[in-house]
Design a binder for this molecule. Sequence first.
Ligand code: FES
Length: 217
Amino acid sequence: MPHRPHQVIFQPEGKRISILEGVSLLEAASRAGMVLEAPCGGNGVCGKCRVIIHENAPQPTETEKSIFSADELAQGWRLACQCVVTAPMTVTVPSASLFYEQKILMDGVAREVTLEPNIRKDYVDITPPTVADLRSDLDRLSDALNRDGRRLRPSLDLARRIPAKLRRNNYKVTLVTEGGELIAVESGDSTARNYGVAFDIGTTTVVGMLVDLSTGR
Ligand code: FES
């Protein structure tokens, strides 16, 4: 017997579509122009494609029983990818189940960490060279940092720009180092502006946080 079409209404938008029996609600929603969250590809694993079916809700699958409480199942909560259209249905799609809904995580669980950024900023105010003190600019900067006698290692391009930078700024500059490597020389004291971005890349969520590398906040 050929599959019969049934009308499915998606709320709160009120979108209506005529869908053949046997098509999943996830597919029906997509054809109605409502793309639902489905990071597991409709395999009933992620639990993101949650909807409420107000009439003719099918019997819950074992997966749905493991995801929803008995009360929720009684209210019609189902996974759109696990339900096929077998009769006319009215379905509410919560905004959290919509793919395009932007979600901004504003809070989370924090723990104490020791602040040890690989990028450091140090302000130095060095004396200009004189006849009595003929150290190179790089040696002056290394001595000013006073890091166990270690010499700074800039790239060749940066090394070429350091002399002019120092003289333009009256020998008052901020050194930006990554490990022992000098990666930038900034004008004046810019130590108050030292930021990093931390990312937590999960399976379904990406969270980024701007961090002040000087204070950890
Ligand atoms: S799409 Fe993942 S559970 Fe439905």
